[in-house]
Ligand binder design. Structure first.
Ligand code: PLP
Length: 469
């Protein structure tokens, strides 16, 4: 840090302040975690300087022996951890992993047959006219994915994302009454749409999915089953999601991030069946440039950490805490969607119970030192910016060591704060969607209670505090 300070005091200060922020607030954003210091150290070193386009032992640069070894080890560990046929560890993020997977499926299932018809395997050798014939077929493929308001991710065909340019997108939603994904309704939709890809996986859905059944449904219409397990990869690695709830045996392609429940470095991962390996491996040049050797090394560290028995205990505890938090919230009178949680997150409707937007609830809780995010709810009338809900996750506080007693305390604090907040009035006398009023005494009480919780579970206690003041 001293060296960083010499070059840029402001960046050094931001790093220190971020540590203080993460130490001083309850991190309940469902997509975040605390990676180990070993993982962080593996990411921050000279490996960042090496170019290695291609894949192990097939590079477009010289001097890649060490990167070859790192990438091969990370891929091997991922394959073993998840029991996959093939693993690809180059994607820089979950969004990249999804794009690489889309392109791999399009190449294998849509482009290849047209190339065969044209009698040319290599697209770079086609005339412009013939290549346009290929593009026309490739760009007309259908994707069926979970809609954004039901918990799907932007990269699953949201209109403002490139995925909606790549595909003719149809979406499925949760059932209005139950809030659950209804596989009978999905089956009907699959038969109507007959997509190339059935995409499962979510950013904001509090239940588990039956991937064995989803594969059967995909097979009925000859669709490729792609599962984006970015959020719950740690629960798969930790064997909480096993049998029919483990996507790896059933999906043709599984994409993931490595930094959420999996607790590794920020990055992406693809697992696939042998049939797609050749195409997935062409992530570069399909859409990636050079891989990030330092991050692939850190992924290897995280995969090793996740294959230890302690990680299984951790994964089970994430879900135990999420269920305890959901039960405590229900007991406090909060509106927990679907009535509970099977995974690491729960959704709460703050509009119905408290007349607040998600944005107001997020802001007031942040003032009370609870960091979580507002989230659209299914069929949300408040749109994606203000929203009607909160998404609350337990991966990070479980890493700190918190348990069910703390979940009850947190539910009580949330209830006490939200039931004492009112929406402020705008200049024209309407209810503000942003601003709110909270009594100072309630605020101080909530802050004190959160501080008391955090005092028992210090973050990175091994970091020398003298360094970071
Ligand atoms: N897929 C899902 C289901 C996600 O929730 C996210 C991120 O929140 C992503 C993909 C994208 O990951 P990244 O932010 O690493 O691009």
């Amino acid at each position: 840090l001293d060296q960083i300070t010499t070059v840029s005091p402001s960046i050094a200060a931001n790093i220190i302040q971020e540590l203080q922020d993460q130490r001083g607030n309850l991190k309940m954003i469902a997509s975040e975690n605390y990676s180990s210091l070993t993982t962080q150290l593996t990411m921050g070193n000279l490996l960042t300087d090496k170019y290695a386009e291609g894949y192990p032992h097939h590079r477009f640069y010289a001097g890649c022996d060490n990167v070859d070894a790192i990438e091969a080890e990370a891929a091997q560990l991922a394959q073993e951890l998840f029991g996959a046929d093939y693993a690809y560890v180059q994607p820089h993020s979950g969004a990249d992993a999804n794009l690489v997977a889309f392109l791999a499926i399009l190449s294998a299932k849509a482009q290849k047959p047209v190339l065969a018809e044209l009698g040319q395997e290599d697209p770079s050798k086609l005339s412009r006219e013939d290549w346009n014939k290929v593009r026309e077929v490739v760009h007309n493929q259908r994707l069926l994915s979970l809609d954004y308001y039901s918990g799907g991710h932007l990269t699953h065909g949201y209109r403002h994302n490139i995925s909606s340019h790549l595909f003719d997108v149809s979406t499925y939603s949760v059932d209005r009454q139950t809030g659950l994904i209804n596989l009978d309704q999905l089956r009907q939709q699959l038969h109507e749409v007959r997509p190339l890809i059935l995409l499962a996986g979510y950013s904001a859905y509090p239940r588990k999915l039956n991937f064995a059944r989803m594969r059967e449904l995909a097979d009925e219409v000859g669709a490729v089953l792609m599962v984006d397990m970015a959020h719950f990869a740690g629960l798969v690695a930790g064997k909480v999601f096993s049998g029919e709830f483990d996507p790896v045996p059933y999906a043709h392609i599984v994409t993931s991030t490595t930094h959420k429940t999996l607790r590794g470095p920020r990055g992406g991962l693809i697992l696939c069946k042998e049939e797609f390996a050749e195409w997935v491996n062409k992530g570069c040049p399909a859409m990636l440039g050079g891989p990030l050797p330092h991050v692939m090394a850190a992924k290897a560290i995280a995969f090793r950490e996740a294959s230890r028995p302690e990680f299984q205990t951790y994964a089970a505890k994430i879900v135990e805490n999420s269920q305890a938090l959901a039960a405590a919230c229900v007991a406090e009178g909060l509106d927990v969607l679907t009535g509970g949680s099977d995974n690491h997150l729960l959704l709460i409707d703050v509009a119905k119970t408290f007349g607040l937007t998600g944005r107001q609830a997020e802001s007031v809780l942040r003032e009370c030192k609870i960091t979580l995010n507002r989230n659209s709810l299914p069929f949300d009338v408040n749109g994606p910016w203000y929203t009607s809900g909160l998404r609350i996750g337990t991966p990070a506080i479980t890493t700190l060591g918190m348990g069910t007693a703390e979940m009850r305390e947190i539910a009580n604090i949330i209830k006490r704060v939200l039931s004492n907040v009112t929406a402020a009035k705008t200049a024209s006398g309407k209810k503000s969607l942003n601003k709110y009023i909270l009594d100072n005494e309630i605020l101080a009480e909530a802050q004190k209670r959160v501080e008391a919780l955090l005092a028992n579970y210090p973050l990175y206690p091994e970091l020398d505090l003298n360094l970071v003041q």
